[in-house]
Each structure stands twice: as C-alpha cells, then as structure tokens.
Design a protein around this ligand. Structure first.
Ligand code: ADP
Ligand code: MG
Length: 617
C-alpha cells in the first residue's frame, strides 16, 4: 500500500503561510498596527522605525487599550473584537475585522505588546516570538497600546530575501502612513526613522490642512475642493487643476469609507475626468473620499484590505467622474486667461527650445490658484481652450471624422501604412504642411502624406543624444545660473537620497540639502540651462516606479528613456515653423529614428494611392 502523502500542517507553519498574505513587508505590518490604533479610537499615533522597519518598528497610541485577557487573546488567529458573526461582514464599520494582523505579525517576528485599558490601574506586557507567547507580566504605561516588533521575518528566510533596501522600505512605510493620515486628518501622526523625526502631523482641521502638513503649502495652494454624487454614493475631495501635473500617479489617493483603497475603477474614473486636460503620461494630484452605505461595498476581498468590490460599480464610476469633471470644467481661478498663453510658443530653434519646452509646465503652474478655496461660480470657460492645449488621441480621431478628413483607418496603423518598409524618409526634405492637433507634423512626400508624432520624434532625438554622450564617457552637465532648491516629499526623501548616484549619472549635479531637500546645480546639457528643476522633479516622481537599482546597463537605459520622455516636447504644444524644421533636421541625424525609445512609431504614412482609392479615383 502506498504511503500516505497528505498531512495537516502544524499550526506554526500554517500561521507563517497565512502571515505572508497580510505581512508582505514592514510597511504592510505598520499599516495594520496603525489601523488597529485608529479602530481603538486613538487621537495620536506615534511610529518609530529602524532600518526601514527591517530591524524594528513600533506603534504607540492613546486609544482604548486592552485588558489582560483580551491582550493575550488578541495574538491568536481569528481573534477580533470587531465582528461576531458572518452576518456582521455585510456592514463592516472598522478598518480591521479579520482578526489576523497581530497573529500574523507575531508569527514571523519578535513582538512586545504593552497595553492599558482606560479604567485599568496597570498595564500588561506580553512578549512573543515566532507566534509563541513567552511571557506575560505587569507593566507601567499610560492608557493606550504600544506594540514593538523586532526582526521581522527572522524565522522565514525566504521572505527576508524579498525585502528591498532599508531606504525603499522606509519610503514605503512613510507613504503608507501618509495615506492613512490623509484619511484621518483629526488624528495626530508622527514618524521617527533611525532616531530622526521624519514628520510630525498635528491634529488638522480639514483634509486640506492635512495635505499642507504632509506635502507642503505649495501643493495645498494648488488644490481645489470638489464634491458630488447622489443618493447613497457621496464623493468629495481635493484635486489639482489642469495646469499641474506629475510624472507618476503616486499623488492620487483614493479612500472608500475612510479606508485606503487602490481600485482600478476609481483610477479609471479619475483618469477619464482629466482626459484631454493633462498631457498624455502625466497625472494629477487627487485626494478622493468616496462614501457609500456599508452594504454597498465588500471590503473582504483581499487579505490586506486594500481592494474592494462595489455592488453598483457603474454608479460609483459615474459619481466620481462627474464630481471631478464638473469641477475641472469650471476652474475659475482668475489665472485661466494667462494659462492659455502657455500654448503660444516662442520662435526659438528646437535645439535651444528644449529647455524652454521643458520649463513650460512649470511656468504655467506658477500661475497658481491663489484664491483657493473659494468655490468657483460663474462661467464654465475652459473646455474648448483646454482641448486645444492638450488634445488626446481619441478626441483627435473624433475631430478628424467630424471635419470629414476621412482618415478612416487612422486607428489602424497596419492598414494605413501599407508599406512600412518603404524606407526611412529624409524628413527635412519633405514639404511641411503644418502642425495637426498640436501634436503631429504633417508632411507631403512623393508617395503620400506623412504624420510625425512630435513627442515621439523629439524623444528619440534626445534619447540618442544622451546615449551617445554616455558612450563617450558620461552624460554632459551644464551648470544652472541660479542653483535651485527642490523640496522632497519627506516620505520619499530616503529613497531619493539613495538614488543620487543614478541622478548624477544622468547629468544632474545635485546635492543633499537637509533631510528633505536637494540643491540642483547643474542639469543634463542636452536640455539646456532652463527647466532643469522641473525635469528633476519629474525624474524624482518616477523613482521607484521602475526598478532603479536592478543594475546593468539596461536598467540605466530605462532611466535615460524616462529622462528623454520627461524632457521632450509634448503633444499639445504648438510649434513654430522654425521649431518644426529644427526638429526634422535633428531627426534626420538620429539613429533608430522610426520609433520612439518606447517603441511607438515616429511617423505614420498615408500612401498616395490609398488616398486616391478613398476618393475613388
Ligand atoms: P482585527 O483588527 O482584524 O480585529 P487584529 O489582529 O489586528 O485583528 O487585532 C485583534 C484585536 O486586538 C482587535 O480586534 C482589537 O480588539 C485588539 N487590538 C489590536 N490592536 C489594538 C490597539 N492598538 N488598541 C486596542 N485594541 C487593539
Ligand atoms: Mg487589525
């Protein structure tokens, strides 16, 4: 008879496996502890970490605390005070409910839990390691709970290996706390990393004040309040208007009934509200609070509780989209007239204009929304103007159709360009017909009509220049006239300081300036002396999005691609004839000119025969 193969795993092993779902990294453990503090009604939560939480993290609150028996129970799996039966799952009002967090963390670390409930005379202290309670003793402490965790994953070496650098883990923790802090502005939060205070957010009167505390006055000034929804779905929040944009989506924060949630539907509703208002590849800053009846949303979808399921996702999408869209269509800020000037280019040859182009968004955003937070009333003015500023692919095709231009196959490059092998044209020799939709240069050749994507073209030109410099030794740096100070999000500062060697290798002459700022003294020469600060900010936004330190040339090449992308002229920018000619001449001198560094085509050809056939000639 064959030997039995199946056996029940020991409790310890089962716990460690389950812990993997809740405690992925220090940041997820810290988030769980902070959520417990919030559920306990804390008014102040202090977090301390060492080596990005890998060595130690501790969360202390002034919440309701626990009595001795509860504290011992709390470390057991499926031990919770927040629900009693399956029926309660239908309407969860607390952040926690699964009763797993403390058990999970305790099973993969060494934990000290000290807690005192409001009425109790003394505190109790529990020491646990690898899921086993080692000691329970009386202790002295103020009412509330302090949980200290050391040596996370000490008994699960496989997990330990997956931890990133201390700097990256520290940033992840700080960002997790920032997110929770945005949703709970009335609670004070502090974060101390390796003995240094990273932030200390006092109780705030409003979400906007919390934004100011966490991200600085500059961003807070640029955010307008919005509101919307109906019946049981309410939406409110803060959003930057179309003059402001970021290179990554990490300044978009979404909360559902006070819970930090990452949700594709919400992300899509936000992106769609901004469609045509921001250049492609750029993102707004949004703090979005969605409130709906607890029965309308299932929060028990994901062990980390960062995903939810909506009962009526259509209504949620509509509510978010319209609330934002209505606000964006009426950005009455007194500066709109001047903002519109942004699209008017100066007649500088493209080689020098690059810096100018890169600087443009910065200039636009300096015309800030000073009179915030006065809600806008009156004329809905910007829609057509903004469309002209930053057209969008879908819109452009629609416009083409409306104008009867009949590029019927425009959405299908394979059909349009019947002869992609027809050879690489000498772009500068072709007759320039003009610029289309502020994004494409129309050219006439013997064989047909050519549309050149100005961003893709410029991106390739810039990227090849950077790559050539690198081959010759290093990316050339040009000193800026006046060194600029760049404020960093304190949550991300450690990670950015750690990325300084890469930033320098890309041609930025940067130095640390205090814990959360940099001084910029020189920028990659390819982009000219202006606009470097904006370019650096964009690169900083992108840090951590793609793996920075994976080593090897291709990782660095990815960074150069990002740099070329951020520094290149965007779709939406009206080009002067001189700039068009300069760009085409540069393109002719460039290798791999038929595609941008990300692989998108630089031009699409409409063959003459094809056009004639469409006219039935
Ligand atoms: P859950 O939060 O899902 O209930 P946890 O494992 O996170 O599960 O916590 C278990 C229980 O321990 C909670 O239900 C709560 O009663 C108690 N608890 C945990 N942290 C705290 C705290 N900071 N203050 C008071 N009680 C706490
Ligand atoms: Mg919990």
């Amino acid at each position: 008879m064959a030997e039995r193969l199946i056996h029940i795993l020991p409790e310890q092993v089962a716990s460690q496996i389950a812990a993997g779902e809740v405690v992925e990294r220090p940041a997820s453990a810290v988030k769980e502890l902070v959520e417990n503090s919030l559920d306990a009604g804390a008014g102040r939560i202090d977090i301390a970490i060492e080596r990005g939480g890998c060595a130690r993290f501790a969360v202390a609150d002034d919440g309701c605390g626990m009595n001795r028996e509860d504290a011992i129970l709390a470390l057991r799996r499926h031990a919770t005070s927040k629900i009693r039966s399956a029926a309660d799952l239908v309407a969860i009002r607390t952040l926690g409910f699964r009763g797993e967090a403390l058990a999970s963390i305790a099973s993969v670390a060494r934990m000290t839990l000290r807690t005192r409930s409001a009425g109790a005379a003394d505190a109790v202290e529990i020491l646990a390691a690898g899921g086993e309670i080692e000691e329970v003793r009386d202790s002295a402490a103020a009412p509330g709970t302090q949980i200290e965790v050391r040596d996370l994953f000490f008994n699960t070496p496989a997990r330990l290996k997956f931890l990133k650098t201390a700097a990256a883990e520290q940033s992840a923790i700080a960002e997790a706390i920032q997110r929770v802090a945005l949703a709970n502005h009335r609670v004070a939060f502090s974060l101390t990393a390796d003995g240094r205070v990273m932030f200390d957010l006092t109780r705030a009167a409003s979400p906007l004040e919390r934004v100011r505390q966490a991200f600085g006055a500059k961003l807070a000034l640029r955010m307008l309040a919005f509101e919307g929804g109906r019946d049981s779905v309410r939406v409110r929040g803060l959003a930057t208007m179309s003059q402001e944009s970021f290179a990554s989506a990490r300044m978009i924060f979404t909360f559902v009934n006070g819970r930090v949630v990452r949700d594709k539907l919400l992300a899509r509703a936000i992106a769609q509200a901004y469609q045509t208002l921001l250049p492609r590849g750029r993102h707004p800053a949004v703090v979005l609070f969605l409130e709906l009846r607890h029965e309308e949303v299932d929060v028990n979808v994901h062990p980390m509780k960062t995903e939810v399921r909506f009962r009526n996702s259509g209504a949620v999408f509509e509510a978010v989209y319209h609330a934002l869209r209505n606000r964006l269509s009426n950005q009455s800020d007194g500066a709109s007239d001047r903002v519109a000037d942004v699209s008017v280019a100066s007649a500088v040859p493209i080689g020098n204009a690059i810096a100018d182009i890169a600087a443009t968004p910065a200039r636009a955003s300096d015309l800030a929304l000073r009179d915030f937070p006065t809600p806008a009333v009156g004329v809905a003015r910007m829609e057509p103007r903004a469309l002209r500023l930053v057209p969008d692919a879908a819109e452009s095709v629609a416009t083409q159709r409306a104008l009867g231009l009949g590029f019927a196959a425009a959405g299908d490059p394979a059909r349009v360009d019947a002869h992609p092998e027809a050879g690489v044209p000498m772009y500068s020799r072709l007759r320039v017909l003009g610029q289309v939709f502020a994004g494409y240069i129309a050219l006439e050749s013997e064989e047909g009509l050519l549309l050149v994507d100005q961003h893709a073209a410029h991106e390739r030109v810039t990227f090849e220049k950077l790559r050539a410099e690198l081959r010759d030794g290093r990316v050339r740096t040009q000193a800026v006239l006046v060194p600029a100070t760049i404020e960093l999000n304190p949550a991300r500062a450690a990670q950015i300081h750690a990325a300084m060697p890469e930033l320098r290798a890309m041609g930025f002459d940067v130095e640390s300036f205090g814990p959360a700022s940099l001084v910029l003294k020189g920028t990659p020469a390819v982009f000219g002396p202006e606009g470097g600060a904006k370019l650096l900010s964009d690169m900083i936004d992108s840090i951590g999005e793609a793996p920075m330190r994976s080593g090897g040339e291709s990782a660095f090449e990815n960074l150069l691609k990002q740099l070329a992308c951020h520094g290149s002229v965007r779709v939406g920018r009206v080009l002067e004839p001189a700039e068009i000619h300069a760009l085409l001449a540069e393109l002719d001198r460039t290798e791999f000119k038929t595609n941008c560094p990300h692989g998108r085509p630089v031009h699409i050809r409409f063959a003459r025969g094809q056009i004639e056939r469409m006219f039935r000639r």
